[in-house]
Design a binder for this molecule. Structure first.
Ligand code: HMG
Ligand code: MG
Length: 299
C-alpha cells in the first residue's frame, strides 16, 4: 500500500470548533489559544470567520482576534469569508488566506448562507477576485459533499459541477466537507475517483466531521488515493450550527497520532498540541471528544 510521506494538517478549531459553541470564549482566550496552536508546528490555522455576527455570535470578535494574535513565521492564518462585506472585515483584520464556502446541496446552502447555489457562485467569484487583488490566497469549501442534513443524498453530479465552477474561477484548493460526519470509506473512494479524474490530488483537501466515528477510516482511504491535506480541530471541538446534530471535525491530535504512527510526517508536536487541546477543554468546561486527549489526561 502506498501512503504519502508527509501530510499537511489544517487546524480549523478556532473557527469550526468554536462557531457552534454556546459558551462564550473571551477574545483574549481565543487569541491565547491560537498562539498556543501556532507553536505546535502546525503550518496553517483557520482563526475565525468574517460572517454576520447574528448568524454566528460566537465569532463576533473576528477582527479583534485577527488583529490580536502573534504571527509565527511559516504559519498561514486563514479565515472564512462569505461575501464582500466579510472580505472588507477580513482585510481590516489582516489574514493570509480567505476561505470561501458553499454547499453541494441547495437546502443547506440556503439555510447556511441564505442564497441559492447559483447566486453564491457569483458572490464567491467576486470575493475570490478581490481577495487575490489584495494579495490573499483563496481556498474553497464545498459542504454536504457526502450527505445533507435536509436532503440526505447529494448527487455526485452536483458535487462535480460545483467543484468545476469553483476551480474555474481560480481557487487554489478545494476542501470537501463531510459536514454531518456521514461518509464511509467506500463513498470517499467513489467521490474521490470522480474528482481526481478532473483535478490534481494536491488541490483537494478533506474535511471530515466525526459525528459517527468514521472520520479516521475515511482519511485512510483518502490517503491511499493520494490526498495529502486534511482539516482537523484540536480537541475534536465543533460542528456546523446549520447542520443539526453534527459534531466536531476529527480531532487534530487523533489525526497526528495516527499519521505519525503510520510513519507519515506531519511536523506537528503532539505533546504541544495536546496541551493546547487540554487548555481549550478547560475553558469550554466540558469533555471534548478527542481520544488522545483522554489518554494524555490520564497519563
Ligand atoms: P444575509 O442576511 O443574506 O446578508 O446573510 P445580506 O447580504 O442580505 O446583508 C444583510 C445585512 O447583513 C447587511 O446589513 C449586511 O451589511 C450585513 P444591513 O445593511 O442590513 O445593516 N452583512 C454582514 N455583516 C457582517 N459580516 C458579513 C456580512 N454580510 C452581510 N460577512 C450571510 C448572508 C452569508 C452574511 C449570512 O448568512 C452568514 O453570515 N452566514 C454564515 C453561516 C456560517 O458561518 N455557517 C458556518 C460556517 S460553514 C461550515 O461550518 C461548513 C464548513 O466547516 C465545511 C463543512 O463542514 O462542510 C466550512
Ligand atoms: Mg466543518
Amino acid at each position: 500500500m502506498l501512503y504519502p510521506k508527509k501530510v499537511k494538517i489544517k487546524e480549523v478549531g478556532p473557527r469550526d470548533g468554536l462557531q457552534n459553541e454556546n459558551v462564550w470564549i473571551a477574545t483574549e482566550d481565543k487569541i491565547s489559544w491560537i498562539n498556543q496552536l501556532s507553536r505546535t508546528g502546525l503550518s496553517y490555522i483557520e482563526i475565525t470567520s468574517f460572517v454576520h455576527p447574528k448568524w454566528i455570535p460566537a465569532l463576533r470578535d473576528a477582527i479583534d482576534v485577527a488583529k490580536g494574535i502573534n504571527r509565527e513565521k511559516g504559519v498561514t492564518y486563514a479565515a472564512l469569508v462569505p461575501n464582500q462585506k466579510g472580505l472588507e472585515n477580513a482585510l481590516k483584520g489582516g489574514i493570509d488566506e480567505a476561505c470561501v464556502f458553499m454547499s453541494a446541496s441547495e437546502t443547506h446552502n440556503r439555510k447556511n448562507i441564505n442564497k441559492s447555489t447559483a447566486d453564491t457562485l457569483h458572490i464567491l467569484k467576486q470575493v475570490n477576485d478581490d481577495a487575490k487583488k489584495a494579495n490573499l490566497t483563496t481556498r474553497a469549501y464545498l459542504s454536504t459533499v457526502f450527505g445533507c442534513p435536509y436532503e440526505k443524498d447529494v448527487p455526485l453530479e452536483q458535487v462535480i459541477r460545483l467543484s468545476e465552477a469553483l476551480f474555474e474561477f481560480g481557487i487554489s484548493e478545494l476542501s470537501l466537507g463531510d459536514t454531518i460526519g456521514a461518509a464511509n470509506p467506500v463513498q470517499v473512494e467513489i467521490v474521490l475517483e470522480a474528482l481526481l479524474a478532473r483535478f490534481p490530488a494536491k488541490q483537494i483537501a478533506l474535511h471530515f466531521h466525526d459525528t459517527r466515528g468514521t472520520a479516521l477510516a475515511n482519511m485512510v482511504t483518502a490517503l491511499q488515493m493520494g490526498i495529502t491535506v486534511f482539516d482537523g480541530s484540536a480537541g475534536g471541538l465543533g460542528g456546523c450550527p446549520y447542520a443539526p446534530g453534527s459534531s466536531g471535525n476529527a480531532a487534530t491530535e487523533d489525526i497526528v497520532y495516527m499519521l505519525e504512527q503510520m510513519d507519515i510526517k506531519t511536523n506537528v508536536k503532539l505533546d504541544k498540541l495536546l496541551s493546547a487541546a487540554k487548555w481549550i477543554e478547560e475553558k469550554m468546561g466540558k469533555q471534548l471528544p478527542s481520544r488522545n486527549l483522554k489518554v494524555f489526561k490520564s497519563s
